[in-house]
Design a binder for this molecule. Structure first.
Ligand code: UD1
Length: 423
C-alpha cells in the first residue's frame, strides 16, 4: 500500500487546476441508463470512484469508454443485459444506489444490493425508496437486495416530500421522474450544484424539469430520452480543499476553474478567518492575510450552507488558528475520525457527539497518521503542509477515490510531498 509523505516547507505559490466534480459525475453516469442513445461526459475526473461506477454500468451491459486519458466518458446503454447491481460492486461505493431510479424508470424493474454501512455513519437509503414508492413502485427487501417493480404502465408521477434534505435521494428521484407518467414534484429537494448539473444534462437529453437549485423541483415525464454531450461542473470540494492549502501554510494560490457561487458559505468563513479570496478571469486567487488565521465557528448544512465534505479540511486549518473554534457536524454522525489523527500532530481538539472544539496551536508537528475516509485523508495532508517535519499518511487509497494527482497538484505550487510504497 502507498503512503504520502508531506514535509511542511512554508509558503506556496502558483496555480492548481480544479477537476470536474466527482459527485456530479457519479450521478451523471447512471443517467446514461435512462436512454438508448449515447451520453458523453467531458471534464470527468480521473478517480477510483469513477472507475467503480464504470465497472457497475458495464456489469449491466452498458458501454463505457474512457477517452482522452479518462477526461471524456463515452457511454451507451443501447444494449443493456441486466437490471441487477451486485453486492460485490455496490459494497465498494454507496453512490451505486443511483442506478436504481434510472433502471426502474426505463425497464420497470431493478434489483440493487443495499449499500451497507460506511465509516461516516449509518447512511441508510430509506428516502430513495420512499420516493420510488410515491411514484407507484413496489419494493421488497430480500437477501440484502432491493427488488423494485414499477406499476404495469410504468412509474407514475407523484408528490415526493423528503422529511430532510438528501442529495442522493433527490438525484435518484429526479432521474426516475423524467420517464414517469405525468408530473412529479420533489419537495424539500437538495439544492446542491451537482443537482443543478444533473438537471441541465437531463434537459439536454429531452427531460422537462423546472426548479432545480431550489427546494421544489417539478418534472413533467416524457416517453423517452435521447443522447447528449455534457461538461461536468467544477468540483467545489476539491476547489475548497486546495483553497485551504495557501490558507494553512501561507502564500498565494490561484485555483483554476474555481467559482465563488460554488463555495460562497465556505468563502465567508475563510474571510472571517483572515484569508482573502479574489475572483480572477480564470478562477479564484487565495492568500493568507496575517501570520496566523483567526478562530471561526462552523456548522455544516445542506447547500447553500457550509458543506460537510469540507469540514475535516477546515478543521485542519483551525488547528493552527489563534483562539478556539467550534465545529458542528449536522449531516453525518461519526464524522470526526480525523480529530484523533490531527491530535497526533499536536492539535488540541475535544469531540462531544456532533461538536468539536478546536483550540489553535502555534505549530503542528509531523507524525505518522492514518487516513480513515476520503475527506479525512486530505485534511491530514493539509495539516502536514503546516507542520514541522514529516507527516506520513497511510491508507491513501481513500484519497484516490476523490482527488486526482494530489501530489502533482500540490508539488506544482511548491509543496514538498511525495508518494512512496509502504516500507
Ligand atoms: C452526497 C455526497 C457526499 C456528501 C453528502 C452530503 C455523493 C456521491 N456523495 O452523499 O459526498 O457528503 O451528499 O452533502 O454525491 N439519509 C438517510 N436516508 C436516505 C438518504 C440519506 O437517512 O435515504 C441521511 C444520511 O445518512 C445523511 C443525510 O441523510 O445523514 C444526508 O445524506 P445525503 O445527502 O443523502 O448524502 P449522499 O447523497 O449519500
Amino acid at each position: 500500500m502507498d503512503q504520502i509523505i508531506v514535509t511542511g516547507n512554508g509558503p506556496l505559490s502558483g496555480q492548481i487546476p480544479i477537476a470536474g466534480a466527482k459527485n456530479a459525475c457519479l450521478t451523471l453516469m447512471p443517467a446514461t441508463l435512462l436512454s438508448e442513445e449515447p451520453l458523453t461526459l467531458t471534464n470527468a475526473p480521473r478517480l477510483s470512484d469513477i472507475r467503480t461506477m464504470t465497472t457497475l454500468l458495464q456489469s449491466l451491459g452498458a458501454e463505457v469508454q474512457a477517452l482522452q486519458d479518462g477526461q471524456v466518458l463515452a457511454m451507451s446503454s443501447h444494449d443493456l443485459t441486466s437490471t441487477r447491481a451486485d453486492y460485490d460492486i455496490v459494497r465498494k461505493m454507496r453512490a451505486s444506489i443511483l442506478v436504481l431510479g434510472p433502471l426502474l424508470a426505463r425497464f420497470g424493474h431493478a434489483e440493487v444490493s443495499l449499500p451497507g454501512g460506511c465509516s461516516i455513519g449509518a447512511r441508510p437509503v430509506d428516502l430513495h425508496l420512499k420516493a420510488f414508492e410515491a411514484m407507484g413502485a413496489e419494493l421488497d427487501l430480500r437477501d440484502g437486495y432491493v427488488h423494485a417493480k414499477a406499476p404495469a404502465g410504468g412509474l407514475q408521477g407523484g408528490i415526493v416530500k423528503f422529511p430532510f434534505v438528501s442529495v442522493g435521494a433527490t438525484e435518484n428521484a429526479l432521474m426516475a421522474a423524467t420517464l414517469a407518467k405525468g408530473t412529479t414534484v420533489l419537495k424539500n429537494a437538495a439544492r446542491e450544484p451537482e443537482i443543478v448539473d444533473l438537471a441541465q444534462c437531463l434537459r439536454k437529453m429531452g427531460a422537462q424539469i423546472d426548479g432545480e437549485g431550489t427546494s421544489e423541483i417539478t418534472i413533467q415525464g416524457v416517453d423517452r430520452l435521447g443522447g447528449a454531450t455534457h461538461r461536468v461542473v467544477t468540483d467545489r470540494i476539491e476547489l475548497g480543499t486546495y483553497m485551504l492549502a495557501p490558507a494553512i501554510c501561507g502564500g498565494e494560490v490561484e485555483c483554476l476553474g474555481g467559482r465563488i457561487d460554488l463555495v460562497a458559505a465556505f468563502c465567508e468563513k475563510l474571510d472571517a478567518a483572515g484569508i482573502s479570496v479574489e475572483e480572477t478571469p480564470s478562477g479564484l486567487k487565495v492568500a493568507r492575510k496575517n501570520r496566523r488565521v483567526s478562530a471561526v465557528d462552523v456548522t455544516t448544512e445542506p447547500f447553500p450552507g457550509f458543506p460537510t465534505d469540507l469540514q475535516a479540511q477546515m478543521m485542519a486549518l483551525l488547528c493552527t488558528a489563534e483562539g478556539t473554534s467550534v465545529l458542528e457536524e449536522k449531516i453525518f454522525e461519526n464524522r470526526f475520525m480525523h480529530a484523533p489523527e490531527l491530535a497526533r500532530m499536536g492539535a488540541k481538539i475535544e469531540v462531544h457527539g456532533g461538536t468539536a472544539k478546536v483550540t489553535g496551536v502555534e505549530k503542528l508537528r509531523g507524525a505518522p497518521v492514518m487516513a480513515t475516509d476520503l475527506r479525512a485523508s486530505v485534511s491530514l495532508i493539509l495539516a502536514g503542509l503546516a507542520a514541522e517535519g514529516d507527516t506520513i499518511v497511510s491508507r491513501v487509497y481513500h484519497l484516490d477515490r476523490g482527488y486526482e494527482h494530489v501530489v502533482r497538484k500540490l508539488s506544482g505550487v511548491g509543496a514538498k510531498i511525495e508518494r512512496v510504497k509502504e516500507q
